[in-house]
Ligand binder design. Structure first.
Ligand code: SAT
Ligand code: MN
Length: 580
């Protein structure tokens, strides 16, 4: 089956050669050498960062492009109002034209990969065909790929991912074709066709395209959840360990949170994953999560030994950096990595840069790619085939006002409502207006492969007898005071909020009921010096703000029409009434 399909795609794309990727070390060295020869990879100083490379993308191929991302299912209604829909037959016609001969003069790589622990009943396989060796090098760090995945494919159905940078015979370090971008998903035939971009989620189809957009449609059919969530383990001073999953939009600190260094004595965090969780109901009624990925594709700017020690340790070797700056001693640098910037560097655009330049040395969406196994606090059970039991789920956006530091849902339905009501200030992870507030339900707006109204209903349907439902929380690390300063220090100090959630799950009563959920009566602030009044402000129910929130939400929800579950309408009415 694999062979036939590969031949068919090869006949369409007309590459010079076909390379079935094995995942071996020799092969990896060969691909790296090829990338160095084509100037896509700049080898870093091996004394500073062994076996690591810097890539610079084309200046207009730097982030996910949501308005060129399509869901192609037969009925428009199934894609829903928040996705770009295209008729599958029409889209196949366009793609056939674009892909014809698109790999002439290039090698077509065939990358078998498995998302989730090898041999886990919860894992799913796919194959990505790509003409980008850069994509192959990244997938090697981020997925379980090559021979180990090929063995699992056998005769089983696999998701078909076809990717081309869309530039035959182009001899440039970063080939792409951003005038003709198509990131197209066919949930009914489980295919992904991506054309024109070589960057991140547009090109690494394992990540958002498969593990979220296609997987979410599979999950809906089969009764599980494919979510934009990190997974972490928290151990308390008594040695009790609990796992939490947490959902935030892109570039809102999931990687930092997943690798948190606790500032509270005796409390410890371990990392299972930083971006995607697949969750299933086990026979004992618990919700169990696996991380489908095997590596991190983290935002570089702002990452330092102070803010995320474990990420910095993870990228000390065997890492790929994209769109960060190159220092004069052959290492990498980005804004926020050190307190004092280098006196001179080469920017992500390949130009001379000094702190006086007045521009960014690294692109705000520059990234590091590294294998999970390099994370010093990787959870010992991160790869467990049976997944890990989830005690709590929390959601959070980037909100400078209104949304309190933390609250607990009053019920499962209320929790689903809180997540559906999520909105967040936009970041550089996607092309668009950075800082603009937008609705981003469950942090899945760009990643849900079907009608968001049906997605809400799917979440509500998780509440069934015999299930141990996780507690749901909502956090906001990003609230600011009147002068625009963050009220909460974030990073390692977030353990104080995690502690409250951990204890809430255990049934320890330290909460007050408010119209918008349970809020902490007290937080452990020992050793932390918050500005006077900051905690009160962080936990205040801002009535005026909530009134606006509720009326805005009602009009947002209206677009889902009859697909909006009655329960969410009721929850909106409840909150509106309660805050009025
Ligand atoms: O480029 S990615 O989609 O992988 C990163 C992100 O948006 O989270
Ligand atoms: Mn993400």
């Amino acid at each position: 089956m694999l062979n036939e399909w590969v031949q068919q795609i090869a006949a369409l794309c007309q590459p010079d050669s076909i390379h079935l990727v094995t995942g071996s070390d020799e092969e990896a060295r060969m691909i790296e050498q090829e990338l160095v020869a084509s100037k896509t990879f700049i080898p870093l100083n091996p004394e500073k960062r062994p076996n690591s490379f810097l890539a610079r993308s084309a200046p207009d191929d730097v982030a996910r492009v949501e308005d060129r991302t399509f869901i192609c299912c037969s009925k428009q209604e199934d894609a829903g109002p928040t996705n770009n829909w295209k008729d599958p037959v029409e889209m196949k016609g366009i793609l056939n034209g674009l892909f014809t001969g698109c790999m002439k003069g290039r090698t077509m790589y065939v990358v078998p990969f498995c998302m989730g622990p090898l041999g886990s009943p919860y894992s799913h396989c796919a194959v990505q065909i790509t003409d980008s060796p850069y994509v192959v090098a990244n997938m090697r760090l981020m997925t379980r790929m090559g021979d180990q995945a090929l063995k699992l494919l056998n005769e089983k159905a696999f998701v078909k991912c076809i990717h081309s940078v869309g530039m035959p015979e182009a001899n440039v370090p970063w080939p792409c074709n951003t005038k003709n971008l198509y990131i197209s998903h066919f949930p009914e035939s489980e295919e992904i066709w991506s054309f024109g971009s070589g960057y991140g989620g547009n090109a690494l189809l394992n990540k958002k395209s498969f593990a979220l957009r296609i997987a979410s449609t599979k999950a809906r059919r089969e009764g599980w959840l494919a979510e934009h969530m990190l997974i972490l383990g928290i151990t308390n001073p008594e040695g009790v360990k609990r796992y939490f999953a947490a959902s935030f939009p892109s570039a809102c600190g999931k990687t930092n949170l997943a690798m948190l260094t606790s500032t509270l004595k005796g409390w410890k965090v371990e990392c299972v994953g930083d971006d995607i969780a697949w969750m299933y109901w086990a026979d004992d009624g618990t919700l169990r999560a696996i991380n489908p990925e095997a590596g991190f594709f983290g935002v570089a700017p702002g990452t330092s030994y102070d803010t995320n020690y474990n990420a910095m340790k993870s990228v000390e070797k065997n890492a790929i950096f994209t769109n960060v700056a190159l220092t004069d001693d052959g290492d990498v640098w980005w804004e926020g990595m050190t307190k004092t910037p280098p006196e001179h560097a080469i920017s992500w655009l390949g130009e001379d840069w000094t702190p006086a330049s007045g521009t960014k040395a690294a692109h705000p969406n520059s990234r590091f790619t590294v294998s999970s196994t390099q994370c010093p606090i990787l959870d010992p059970a991160w790869d467990a085939p049976s997944g890990l039991p989830i005690s709590g789920i929390f959601f959070g956006g980037r909100r400078s006002s209104t949304i309190p530091l933390v609250r607990q849902a009053l019920s499962w339905k209320h929790g689903v409502f809180m997540a559906a009501a999520m909105s967040s200030e936009m970041t550089a992870a996607a092309k668009g207006e950075v800082g603009k507030l937008r609705h981003d339900p469950f942090a899945m707006l760009p990643f849900c492969g079907y009608n968001m109204g049906d997605y809400f209903a799917h979440w509500l349907s998780m509440e069934q007898s015999g299930r141990k439902l996780p507690e749901i929380f909502y956090v906001n690390w990003f609230r600011k005071d009147a002068s625009g300063k963050f009220l909460w220090p974030g990073f390692g100090e977030n353990i104080r909020v995690l502690k409250w959630m951990f204890e809430a799950v255990e049934g320890k009563v330290n909460r007050v009921k408010t119209p918008i959920g349970y809020m902490p009566e007290a937080l452990d602030l020992e050793g932390l010096h918050l500005a006077p009044g900051a905690l009160e402000e962080l936990l205040a129910v801002d009535k005026e703000g909530w009134k606006k929130e509720a009326s805005d939400l009602a009009s947002y929800f209206a677009q889902f029409g009859s697909k909006l579950p009655e329960d969410l309408k009721k929850e909106t009415d409840n909150v509106t009434r309660a805050v009025l």
